[in-house]
Design a protein around this ligand. Structure first.
Ligand code: SF4
Length: 316
């Protein structure tokens, strides 16, 4: 099993997305309350070669035969913390025509070298979930050296310099950033950035914190109209991963969770799959209401629901 490459996994935005994981699990400059991977265990802004570049390139070369639609730098933490991300993108460009996407929290784009390193990507999708410092601190729980204005400057400056597609993902949470005043500020900040697209997301898989609560689908569509450009709703309310190529993995995970409660790590090591792939299956099974989760000391465990009992996951 390749340890830095996963998929292709089906992505609503990117088709068959081959994931590249560049930092250790939950190494991130943020600790978002909605993070599907649990709480951040290494909150840092240190950029380094967390995994050997040659190793990543070797695995990627071998994985290209899987014919992805995108090569996506994302994974278990923040990809711009990888100090050789620019070299990696340039090397990928010598290997294949497959476009490169970067999913980033955007927190380090105020650093000129980080912006320069992403210049050759085809698509960059940064995040913005707050219109001011207070909401930023409450929702993203950033590293102390990242202020809201500094982060915003990075998003704006990168927009001015980057020639590729720039999509902005906005994660909305009931009770945190969807009050009228909060949305007004958020939409104002989005206008300052002026991305090619704005994409709204919300909690559809188990979050790091129980108090990170989903915004209902209907409300998201109403809020979409308040953004410029008008936002798209990308929240995955439908269990879109019910595709034949996923059936085997889905059944194996369900079988495992019927036997005992497991964390994402337990599932990944138990079945020999990447954590991010395990997360995709968990998302689908949670949406279907056939599994449930518990949080113990900040760590999520999942178990199959006894079908004779009621699930507390009743959302669509
Ligand atoms: S959601 Fe992304 S940016 Fe936020 S803590 Fe998780 S990995 Fe980091």
């Amino acid at each position: 099993m390749a340890s830095h490459i996963f998929g292709p996994v089906p992505s609503r935005r990117l088709g068959r997305s081959l994931g590249v994981d560049l930092v250790p699990f939950k190494t991130c400059s943020y600790d978002c309350i909605y993070c599907q991977l649990g709480r951040t265990t290494n909150k840092t802004i240190e950029r380094k070669e967390w995994v050997p570049l040659e190793e990543v390139l070797g695995e990627l070369r071998a994985a290209l035969c899987r014919k992805p639609d995108y090569i996506t730098l994302s994974g278990s933490g923040e990809p711009t913390l990888y100090s050789r991300v620019g070299e990696l993108i340039d090397q990928i460009k010598t290997m294949t025509q497959v476009p490169v996407a970067v999913l980033t929290n955007g927190s380090l784009l105020w650093q000129p070298e980080v912006r320069a390193e992403l210049m050759h990507a085809d698509l960059v999708i940064p995040s913005l979930d707050a219109g001011d410092e207070a909401v930023f601190r409450a929702v993203n729980r950033p590293h102390p050296e990242i202020s809201f204005e500094r982060m915003m400057e990075g998003l704006i400056q990168f927009r001015a310099e980057f020639q590729g597609q720039y999509w902005l993902e906005v994660f909305l949470l009931a009770g945190h950033n969807v009050a009228d005043a909060d949305i007004e500020k958020l939409a104002g900040q989005v206008r300052r950035i002026n991305p090619d697209r704005v994409q709204l997301n919300t909690v559809t898989r188990p979050p790091a914190e129980e108090f990170a609560v989903m915004v209902r689908q209907q409300r998201l569509y109403e809020l979409a109209a308040l953004f410029t450009p008008r936002a798209e709703v990308i929240a995955d309310f439908r269990g879109v991963h019910q595709r034949p190529e996923f059936a085997a993995g889905r059944e194996s995970i369900l079988g495992l969770l019927q036997r005992r409660p497991c964390s994402i790590d337990d599932i990944a090591s138990g079945l020999g799959i990447h954590r991010n792939e395990a997360v995709k299956y968990i998302e689908e099974l949670s949406a279907e209401g056939v599994i449930e989760h518990t949080v113990t000391a900040g760590k999520l465990h999942y178990k199959a629901i006894d079908r004779s009992g009621a699930s507390h996951h009743s959302e669509p």
